[in-house]
Design a protein around this ligand. Sequence first.
Ligand SMILES: Cc1cc2nc3c(=O)[nH]c(=O)nc-3n(C[C@H](O)[C@H](O)[C@H](O)COP(=O)(O)OP(=O)(O)OC[C@H]3O[C@@H](n4cnc5c(N)ncnc54)[C@H](O)[C@@H]3O)c2cc1C
Length: 321
Amino acid sequence: MSLLNLPEVRGRLTYDAPLGHMTWFGVGGPAEVLFKPADKQDLIDFVKNCPKDVPITILGVASNLIIRDGGIPGVVIRLGRDCGEIKVNGTTVTAGAAALDMNVALTAARKSVAGLEFLSGIPGTVGGAVRMNAGAYGKETKDALVSAEILFRDGTVKNMTAADMGLSYRHNSLPEDVIFLSCTLQGEKGETPDIEKKMNEIKIKRAESQPIRSKTGGSTFANPAVPEGADPKDVQKAWQLIDAAGCRGFKIGGAQMSEMHANFMLNTGTATAADLERLGEKVREKVYAQSQIMLRWEIKRIGVPLETDADIAEWMKKGNS
Ligand SMILES: Cc1cc2nc3c(=O)[nH]c(=O)nc-3n(C[C@H](O)[C@H](O)[C@H](O)COP(=O)(O)OP(=O)(O)OC[C@H]3O[C@@H](n4cnc5c(N)ncnc54)[C@H](O)[C@@H]3O)c2cc1C
């Protein structure tokens, strides 16, 4: 991997750039190189000319991420305001990938476009929403998504329809290294006061049930799939399984499963990314022992751990404990 041969850019390249403060959890190691493109074309040119052996990772606002303590090798891209323009045409909304879900919902509401209220409570970007097929209160991104403009690792840009992306519950089938540049969402004609009322109801519901002011990553685990023919009400949600396994409030180091919402993991202030990941794995183990169901991480974990077992053994040999 040759980080010395990175293409020239109009934006900013920073070597060994801290990332922890950019994440909702407030922890994580640095990017080997952080790239903030000046605009969309700068990003496209960079990806096209970047040596193919250099890994590229794209971040939204890191509301669904644990970045491991050893950081992220290669180039990490963080989009700026120039990549977040929101345009409304009739009941169609087109948003740059960096636009916040909340701003998309607010802009739509102001233009009397209904149907995108669900985005108002999701704290990510629309790029992150398309990658995660984010959803809330009975609606998912795929229900509103018409198409997205996508940058591939070879530098080509294609428009793809939602149907081509293989979207399912918190999943997008496209390769991990594609970059969503913008997306087009379809709403419907509504009345601004009604839309704002709905958004306000969502806000109240969230504040009552989720630790939204804490250092968290949202739902830690996806809810188990509902088997064909089964009534969804009969299938336990992730938080119920975690509760049944006695893990509400369970703590490892500075990481804790929330007392308020058992499926939300928290950094209580001193957690490392390793604490968060260890806690998640322990919870999966306990849930499996109790219910024979293996929970699937919804939070994405990226980057490399800081220590290996060999590092720890070495450290202990030196008289530490
Ligand atoms: C308090 C709280 C509440 C939450 N509630 C919900 C909820 O109700 N529903 C829900 O679905 N989620 C929820 N989340 C999780 C999170 O907000 C969503 O998954 C969101 O869509 C992530 O967007 P992001 O911009 O933060 O992406 P990040 O966390 O930065 O990244 C997530 C993934 O998306 C990829 N990605 C980001 N941008 C792009 C892009 N432009 N192109 C390609 N890939 C990209 C990243 O590489 C990564 O793999 C919540 C999180 C928190 C902290």
